[in-house]
Write a protein that binds this ligand. Structure first.
Ligand code: FE2
Ligand code: FE2
Length: 259
């Protein structure tokens, strides 16, 4: 598990967790590419917006894998590197998905490792905790302190479910690994879904406090027609990624997620 810290001086910040692109899969085509480019251009045009890659960036199909190589375009590594290069400074880090793990399992190296090295992005392997420090304090004597701190735990996740709730439950389970985060990010099941959950906790200063957690399932970029979703009798998914806004003003910790 990697620990990443990002200081964002503006009074709010955005994080777009982007997962399950499946570069190379023939079902990643015009609509997916257009959407992905739209998000990345949006991020690039804002100094307070960043991306985290949630795994299955690559498809990695082969004769021994569940995905047939006959549904793959050649050159997925080069295509992904060239595509992401202009946005490299906006990517906070990347985790492997099970598709990258196929190559690791066979040859001991993940294409995402090479991708991250080439683009100079932190490679986080299976999971990462991201700390966002938002809203730099400007009063005299504040030093390098920030108004708000947010903690996010990201994992590609495993397993699935046949319902939206079943899929989102995989994200909820992340809380049994790292407690106390503001946002839990999962991917893998290609569903876009969000749920806020409030919880009481006992304060070390005495009394009972309440805070909010967000469970976020990060979607995908694969079109349904001719894909494994069609083959496997899965419903078509809305393509894209969630956009998470973090307030950086004093006295107002607030997360807002839009799809
Ligand atoms: Fe995937
Ligand atoms: Fe996956």
């Amino acid at each position: 598990m990697k620990y990443l810290v990002k200081d964002i001086p503006q009074d709010h910040a955005y994080l777009l967790p982007i997962g399950d692109i499946h570069f190379g899969d023939t079902a990643f085509k015009d609509e997916g590419m257009r959407k992905l480019k739209g998000y990345l251009d949006w991020v690039k045009s804002r100094p307070n917006a960043f991306v985290f890659l949630m795994g299955d960036v690559f498809n990695v199909s082969g004769r021994q894998t569940k995905t047939t190589p006959f549904e793959t375009d050649v050159g997925e590594y080069e295509k992904a590197v060239e595509f992401f290069k202009p946005y490299a400074d906006k990517i906070l880090g990347a985790i492997d998905g099970n598709h990258e793990y196929r190559m690791y399992d066979e040859f001991g190296i993940s294409p995402l490792q090479l991708f991250c090295r080439e683009l100079k992005i932190p490679y986080c392997k299976y999971s990462a905790v991201i700390r966002l420090k938002v809203g730099k304090r400007t009063e005299k004597g504040a030093g390098n302190r920030y108004c708000q701190n947010y903690f996010i735990y990201a994992h590609h996740t495993t397993g699935s479910g046949s319902t939206v709730g079943g899929k989102l439950n995989r994200v909820v389970k992340l809380e049994s690994i790292v407690e106390g985060c503001d946002v839990y990010l999962g991917a893998h099941n290609h569903q876009l879904a969000i749920a806020p959950q409030d919880i009481y906790y006992v304060s070390m200063q005495g009394g009972i406090m309440k805070r909010r957690k967000w469970y976020v399932d990060c979607g995908s970029y694969l079109e349904w027609e001719g894909s494994y979703a069609e083959k496997g009798m899965l419903p078509p998914a809305k393509l894209g990624s969630p956009r998470i806004r973090f307030n950086g003003k004093k006295d107002k910790k607030d997360v807002h997620v839009s799809l």
